[in-house]
Design a protein around this ligand. Structure first.
Ligand code: TRP
Length: 360
């Protein structure tokens, strides 16, 4: 059972694609897992966008189109919207009893997000608890495998702790998930086009899956490289050079044969760059070809899906209904394990009727 999701706070970019989306499409098509759930985490998005629900509302369709364009197929994987699964809130409430405030404050991802958002002394409770809500997302569907980027590692660890805590307290119901990180080192965290640590909408350094070929070229052309590589003849640095980091993440030997046959592969290109005599422009042109080759089939699919938006909502509705069936089953087990399934608890009713019922 695979499960993963994204916050619908904006269009998805190449960082999302290499970090997780590309893998999901492969996993979906390999068919090694019996089921795959992919969802839009609008509840989580609202934990730091409480005053801007319209942003979330508008981005549901953007993310849905990105999913479909990237190749997720509603026939093979269940796509749904988090807020429509009310069981998630229920499970979150119970899991919140099994974790301390200080443990949540120590979560490294939460910690850095608190700093980034200047929450410090004014942390919204819902925000602090989002790792618990994420644990509910994962465990409600008994996911075994969660394909995400490395920034999500603390969330998966937190989930595993909660599962152990739940199972020892109430009995074996929930399943400990495994994280599935991207295979490619360069894809662990894709830097922005400006060379900054992370591709992120707020930094304005993204290449979006929905960008046109012209957009992509504009962004690649002005990409950060080695600031000391001034003349073509200068020796250049490959490490920390965004163009090469992207080539690491996206290019294949086949791409070299197609677009730059003077070089066998990326190692040869790097070698030449290091030695000197290879200009940035040539590398950027290659990268532009590589990215556009990858995005072109997505653009075609997106254009098709865009023609019938009501059908996309229909598909999401069906996915949500199907996800709720699984959710309801797990919640039945959770309530039984926690002994709060009063109306089905015939033992309880019998024991108490014997205790309270007195001969008249
Ligand atoms: N936290 C994830 C992100 O910011 C989104 C997410 C929410 C998620 N719930 C999840 C990912 C459950 C995997 C599994 O991208």
């Amino acid at each position: 059972m695979i499960l993963t999701g994204d916050r619908p706070t904006g269009k998805l970019h190449l960082g999302h694609y290499v970090g997780s989306l590309r893998r999901r499409v492969e996993l979906q098509n390999a068919g090694d897992y019996d089921k795959m759930f992919v969802f839009m985490a609008d509840v989580q998005a609202l934990t730091d966008n409480a005053d801007n629900p319209e942003k979330i509302r508008q981005n549901i369709i953007e993310v849905a189109l990105d999913y479909l364009a990237a190749g997720l197929d509603p026939e093979k994987c269940t796509l749904f919207i988090q807020s429509q699964i009310t069981e998630l809130t229920e499970l979150t409430t119970y899991l919140m009893n099994l974790v301390t405030v200080s443990r949540l404050q120590r979560n490294p991802t939460v910690k850095s997000e608190i700093q980034m958002r200047n929450f410090e002394a004014n942390i919204p409770v819902g925000f602090l608890c989002y790792p618990v809500s994420q644990a509910a997302d994962i465990t409600l569907f008994k996911a075994t495998t969660v394909p995400v980027g490395e920034d999500q590692e603390p969330m998966i660890e937190q989930t595993r702790e909660l599962v152990r805590r739940f199972n020892t307290t109430y009995g074996e119901v929930l399943v400990e998930p495994q994280i599935l990180l991207p295979e490619n080192k360069a894809a662990l965290r894709l830097p922005g086009t400006d060379g900054k640590a992370k591709m992120s909408k707020s930094l304005g350094n993204c290449i979006y899956l929905s960008d046109t070929a012209e957009n992509v070229w504009q962004k690649v052309r002005s990409m950060y490289t080695d600031p000391d590589h001034l003349k073509v003849t200068d020796p250049g640095k490959v490490e920390g050079n965004t163009v090469f980091t992207y080539l690491d993440a996206f290019s294949t030997d086949e791409d070299f044969a197609t677009f730059l046959p003077e070089y066998q592969n990326l190692d040869e290109l790097k070698e030449h760059y290091r030695k000197g005599g290879l200009g940035d422009m040539k590398c950027k042109k290659l990268l532009n070809e590589v990215i556009n080759k990858m995005l072109e089939p997505m653009r075609k699919r997106r254009l098709e899906y865009q023609q019938d938006i009501p059908e996309i909502y229909n598909m999401l509705k069906k996915g949500t209904q199907s996800a709720r069936e699984t959710a309801a089953q797990t919640m039945d087990e959770v309530r039984r394990a926690m002994r709060i399934d009063y109306f089905n608890d015939t033992e309880l009713i019998k024991e108490q009727s014997e205790r309270f019922c007195q001969a008249k």
